[in-house]
Design a protein around this ligand. Structure first.
Ligand SMILES: NC(=O)c1ccc[n+]([C@@H]2O[C@H](COP(=O)([O-])OP(=O)(O)OC[C@H]3O[C@@H](n4cnc5c(N)ncnc54)[C@H](OP(=O)(O)O)[C@@H]3O)[C@@H](O)[C@H]2O)c1
Length: 246
């Protein structure tokens, strides 16, 4: 699940009213995953493309907190920085979705491998096509100053992960391409938050009109997480962001 867009603004809306970055980068993948999940083959591999911009420790625009409703219907004026922050948050959503699906009965009982893949800054793709000219110019300069990956390296890595030529080390879900080499770092603290993971899963299900559970049955571990989430949601006021509480 690799499709993605950056608008450099939060002004665009999908036809159902969701902010376009959130709709394309997160909700569409979430919905697709939920729809294909029941038909996945045993030992299938799901790769969801994320980005290291989800991590504040890597890039300052990375999200401090996650508030799905605010991402879905932002109230800011839609400038370039809000657009960049919306993109970074959508990439956090990709990581949290990967973690939540990995914990689901479907993935666990069918041996489904789930990977959140960061291709790293990759020059020459169309990702920045909607940016204003001055931002494209700044990116062109910045990408000469810092290390970038080539399209070939980024494409080969996602192919290797999808085909199982490269297998994640035990307990690792986040694959990050750094200087052309795959690494398996910890994702950001917020991406490791179970509260944020469960909250995003449930709110996304509500947004796309699906039940919380994959296939209507859940593992004991997932069920416990969902029960805990319901408790969390009862004690959190509507619209409150998820922080790094785990
Ligand atoms: N390039 C980077 O530096 C970088 C870094 C980290 C992560 N990523 C991630 O890597 C993934 C691939 O990006 P890329 O750099 O290869 O950019 P890209 O060349 O623009 O590719 C993005 C792809 O997503 C598709 N897409 C965009 N909006 C869509 C929509 N509404 N419906 C269906 N398809 C849509 C595009 O299709 P069309 O061309 O037909 O519109 C295109 O095939 C994205 O998830 C991106 O966030 C990229």
């Amino acid at each position: 699940m690799n499709a993605g867009a950056q608008f450099g603004t939060t002004k665009h809306r999908a036809s159902d009213g969701f902010e376009s970055t959130f709709a394309i980068n997160h909700l569409a993948h979430y919905l697709l995953l939920r729809l294909v999940a029941p038909g996945l083959a045993k030992n299938a591999t799901i790769v969801i493309t994320t980005s290291d911009v989800h991590d504040r420790k890597q890039v300052p625009i990375g999200p401090k907190e996650l508030n799905p409703e605010a991402l879905a219907h932002p109230k800011d004026k839609g400038g370039f920085m809000p657009g960049m922050r919306a993109y970074a948050s959508s990439k956090l959503c990709n990581l949290l979705t990967a973690r939540a699906f990995e914990a689901s009965l479907n993935a666990q009982s069918n041996g489904v491998r789930v990977i959140a893949y960061n291709p790293g800054l990759t020059r020459g793709t169309s990702l920045f096509r909607e940016w204003p000219w001055w931002a494209k110019l700044m990116m062109a300069v910045a990408s000469r100053l810092r290390s970038t990956n080539t399209i070939e390296q980024a494409g080969n890595a996602i192919a290797d992960l999808g085909l199982g030529t490269i297998v994640p080390p035990y307990g690792r879900i986040y694959a990050s391409l750094v200087k052309g080499k795959l690494t398996w770092p910890d994702p950001s603290e917020l991406a490791q938050s179970d509260t944020a993971m469960r909250g995003l899963w449930v709110e996304s299900a509500q947004m796309v009109g699906l039940p919380e559970q994959v296939q209507g049955r859940v593992t004991e571990a997932f069920s416990q997480k969902m029960t805990a989430l319901r408790h969390t949601r009862d004690t959190v006021t509507a619209g409150s962001p998820y922080s790094t509480q785990r």
